[in-house]
Design a protein around this ligand. Structure first.
Ligand code: NDP
Length: 336
C-alpha cells in the first residue's frame, strides 16, 4: 500500500522533504469494514491548512499521518452489508492506494451521473461548495453582478455558471490569458480578467460597470483589494477561501486594509460570512441533483486536470497553490 505521509510542517511553500513516501502491507477488512482502492485522489487547497499545526476548523495532521484527502475509489472487499465489491465510493480516504473504512466516511457514487472523476469536482465537494455558498450567502438576484476568482478552477467555475443560470452578470478572475479565454468562451462568463495583468484593477472596474453585488471570495490578496472599492450597497461576500495566503509565513506587508473594510461594511451594509461546505450537509442531495441536471442539459460545463501516478501528488499539489492546475485537479492512482 503506497502512501504519502506528512514528514514535516511546511514553512511557506511545501517542499519535497515535507512529504514522505511509504510502502505498507495492504490491510484486511475486519467485521463491518470494507477495503477500497483509490482511483482518483482529489487534491484541494484545504490540505495546505491541515499540514500546519492548527488550530483551524478541522484537526491538524500529526507528523507521520497519511496525507488527508478525498478520493473516488472502488470497493475491493467488503464485510459491511451497506457496500458490495465493485461499488464506486467517494470519501476522505487519503493519499494512498488502499484504505479501510467502516463506511461512515463514504458516499456511493452513481456512475450514471457522469464520469466518476466528477465526484471529486463538479459533482462533489467543490461543486457543492460553490452551490451552497453562493445560494445561501451570496443570494444572487437576476441583473446583479457576481465576481469570483480562481474562475477556471473547481469551485469558481461553478460559482460563475450558477450566477449566469440565476440571470446575473458573471465576472471571473483567473491567472493568464488561456484560462481567461476558457472562462469566457467555454464556461460562458460575461468577462474574465487576468489578475497578473499590470492593469488588473482598471480592467476589473471596466468589467463591472454596475459595481459588484456578490463577491465570492476564493483568494484574497490583490483580487480582494481590487474588489473592495467596487462593492455595492448591500453587497454579499461569501468567504470560501484565501488561497493567495495559504503559504504565508508572516502577516502580509503594506497598509492594514481592515479598518477600510470595516468602514465599508458599515457604510455599504456589506454582509461578509465565512462558511465550510459541511455547514450545508443537509443540502448535499439537493445540490448534487441540481448540479447533475445542469451538467446533463449543458448549462454547467467543467474542466478536469488529471495527473497520472500517486508518486506525483506532492508536485501537483504545490502546483495547485501556484495556479499551475487548469481545472479540477485529481491524481489518477489506478485505472477506473
Ligand atoms: P482551484 O481548482 O480553483 O485551484 C486553485 C486556484 O487558485 C489556482 O489554479 C489559481 O488559479 C488560484 N490561485 C492560486 N494562488 C492565487 C493567487 N495568489 N491569487 C489569485 N488566485 C490564485 O481550487 P478550488 O476550486 O478547489 O478552491 C478554490 C478556493 O475554494 C480555495 O481558496 C479553497 O480553499 C476554497 N474552498 C473552500 C471550501 C469551503 O468549504 N469553504 C471548500 C472547497 C474549496 P489562477 O491561475 O486562475 O489564479
Amino acid at each position: 500500500n503506497r502512501q504519502w505521509l506528512l514528514a514535516a510542517r511546511p514553512q511557506g511553500e511545501p517542499k519535497d522533504s515535507d512529504f514522505r513516501w511509504s510502502e505498507a502491507a495492504v490491510p484486511e477488512p475486519g467485521p463491518g469494514e470494507l477495503l477500497v482502492r483509490t482511483i482518483y485522489l482529489s487534491l484541494d487547497p484545504y490540505m495546505r491548512g491541515r499540514m500546519n499545526a492548527g488550530p483551524s476548523y478541522a484537526p491538524a495532521l500529526q507528523l507521520g499521518d497519511v496525507m488527508v484527502g478525498g478520493a473516488v475509489s472502488r470497493v475491493v472487499a467488503s464485510r459491511n452489508p451497506g457496500f458490495a465489491e465493485g461499488d464506486i465510493v467517494e470519501g476522505r480516504t487519503g493519499w494512498q492506494d488502499y484504505a479501510l473504512s467502516d463506511g461512515g466516511n463514504l458516499r456511493k457514487v452513481d456512475p450514471a451521473l457522469g464520469p466518476i472523476s466528477t465526484a471529486n469536482g463538479v459533482l462533489g465537494m467543490p461543486g457543492v461548495t460553490a452551490y451552497t455558498g453562493l445560494l445561501n450567502i451570496g443570494q444572487p438576484k437576476a441583473g446583479e453582478t457576481v465576481v469570483v476568482a480562481a474562475a477556471s478552477g473547481a469551485v469558481g467555475a461553478v460559482v460563475g455558471q450558477i450566477g449566469r443560470i440565476r440571470g446575473c452578470r458573471a465576472v471571473g478572475v483567473a491567472g493568464g490569458a488561456e484560462k481567461c479565454r476558457f472562462v469566457i468562451e467555454e464556461l460562458g462568463f460575461d468577462a474574465c480578467i487576468d489578475h497578473r495583468d499590470p492593469d488588473f484593477e482598471a480592467a476589473l472596474r471596466a468589467a463591472c460597470p454596475d459595481g459588484i453585488d456578490v463577491y465570492f471570495e476564493n483568494v484574497g490578496g490583490r483580487v480582494f483589494d481590487a474588489v473592495l472599492p467596487l462593492l455595492n450597497t448591500f453587497a454579499r461576500v461569501p468567504v470560501c477561501g484565501m488561497i493567495a495566503h495559504y503559504n504565508d509565513s508572516a502577516p502580509p506587508s503594506g497598509p492594514d486594509r481592515l479598518p477600510m473594510y470595516m468602514r465599508l461594511a458599515l457604510t455599504h451594509r456589506v454582509t461578509t460570512r465565512g462558511f465550510i461546505v459541511w455547514d450545508y450537509q443537509d443540502q448535499y442531495g439537493e445540490a448534487l441533483s441540481d448540479l447533475s441536471g445542469w451538467v446533463k442539459d449543458g448549462r454547467l460545463k467543467y474542466r478536469e486536470d488529471i495527473v497520472d501516478g500517486l508518486e506525483n501528488a506532492p508536485k501537483a499539489f504545490r502546483g495547485l497553490l501556484r495556479g499551475e492546475n487548469f481545472g479540477k485537479l485529481s491524481i489518477r492512482v489506478s485505472d477506473d
